[in-house]
Design a protein around this ligand. Structure first.
Ligand code: IPM
Ligand code: MN
Length: 346
């Protein structure tokens, strides 16, 4: 469309620094006739300290009216672990039904990685985003006693699994290699694991051109390191996908380059784009953070909104920028953002 109404949640730590570079590149890449409107939301650690709020209903409602959300990072050591993660980030993913957590991994040339020189590494993880062990089901008994018990219950619905599996088949079908791997642990998690496999096989009947494969998650971690080129599209549950995509980032150029989209495919709610990395409080405010993951998340955002040419321009700019990094002095967050903005504008 000819206008983008974007909600921005800079968040905590390095979030605001990388988000401002993402916005800089976004403004630079958009043609004159696409009107960009942004509205910033003060959510995260500072807000929580000030008001005790994580994500009030009024703001959730307000966010709903945007075409997409750009998020920096959430989490700060001054806030008890889980408060912002559950109360803000996961609340957004659940409320906006972001059931496709899309995390592409492509080994760009000139990146520092143990797997350098493997241009054949190009896969995308479709991580389920609204179920599994993330739903918060479970509880504690006899807390603080020697007989304490804690449970976390993984919730898997046929509805939730089928829709994410179908999305993954669609993506595999649209890619040249047409290969889809299900990752789970159905030798131990027999209830959820067998349901995933059953649905995976059944939906697969509708996609005869897609080659399928199944791996237990532990075995998958080996292949992520020893033979990542075997993967094309991977579909997996929320927690396995969380762990696998950090590993994928580490082996394909580092967490500073990994982008993600929390997608509501039908568009009933705005999708949300964010770097895979966290708030990195140890380097916040020092201009050391690499904004590339956020810039690549902006590319995913543009692609989602139908601006394919602009998304591709950003990805090309990042590849060219990485090629120039080798041997050059380290640049600040701002300098990398400036360089990318200049490239996409040309
Ligand atoms: C991620 C993060 C989140 C997750 C945390 C911060 C809740 O690790 O986006 O991968 O576990 O999904
Ligand atoms: Mn994670």
């Amino acid at each position: 469309s000819r206008s983008i109404n974007l909600a921005v949640i800079p968040g905590d730590g390095i979030g605001p620094e990388v988000v401002s570079q993402g916005l800089k590149v976004l403004s630079a890449v958009l043609p004159q006739d696409v009107k960009l409107e942004t509205r910033e939301y003060d959510l995260g650690a500072r807000r929580w300290h000030r008001t005790g709020e994580t994500l009030p209903d009024a703001e959730l409602e307000d966010l709903k009216g945007h075409d997409a959300i750009l998020l920096g990072a959430i989490g700060d050591p001054s806030v008890p672990s889980g408060v912002l993660e559950r109360g803000l980030l996961l609340k957004l993913r659940f409320a906006f039904d972001h059931y496709v957590n899309l995390r592409p991994s492509k080994l760009l040339p000139h990146t520092a990685t143990p797997l350098a020189g493997r241009p054949d590494i190009d896969f995308v993880v479709v991580r389920e985003g609204t179920e599994g062990p993330y739903t918060g089901n479970g509880g504690s008994l006899r807390t603080g006693t020697p007989a304490e018990v804690a449970t976390e219950v993984s919730v898997n619905t046929a509805y939730g699994v089928e829709r994410v599996v179908r999305d993954a088949y669609e993506r595999a079908q649209a890619r040249p290699r047409r290969k889809l791997t299900l990752v789970h642990k159905n030798n131990v998690l027999v209830h959820a694991g067998h349901m995933w496999k059953k649905i995976f096989d059944k939906v697969g009947e509708e996609y005869p051109e897609v080659t399928t494969d199944y791996l237990h998650v532990d075995a998958a971690t080996i292949f992520f390191v020893t033979d990542p080129a075997r993967f094309d599209v991977i579909v997996t549950d929320n927690l396995f996908g969380d762990i696998l995509t950090d590993l994928a980032a580490a082996v394909t150029g580092g967490i500073g380059l990994a982008a993600s989209g929390n997608i509501n495919p039908a568009g009933a709610f705005p999708s949300m784009f964010e770097p895979v990395h966290g708030s990195a409080p140890d380097i916040a405010g020092q201009g050391k953070a690499d904004p590339t993951a956020t810039v690549l998340s902006v590319a995913l955002l543009l692609r989602h909104l139908g601006h394919e040419a602009e998304a591709a321009r950003i990805e090309e700019a990042v590849a060219a920028d990485l090629a120039e990094r080798a041997g050059a002095p380290a640049r600040s967050t701002d300098e990398i953002g400036d360089a990318l903005a200049v490239r996409v504008a040309n």
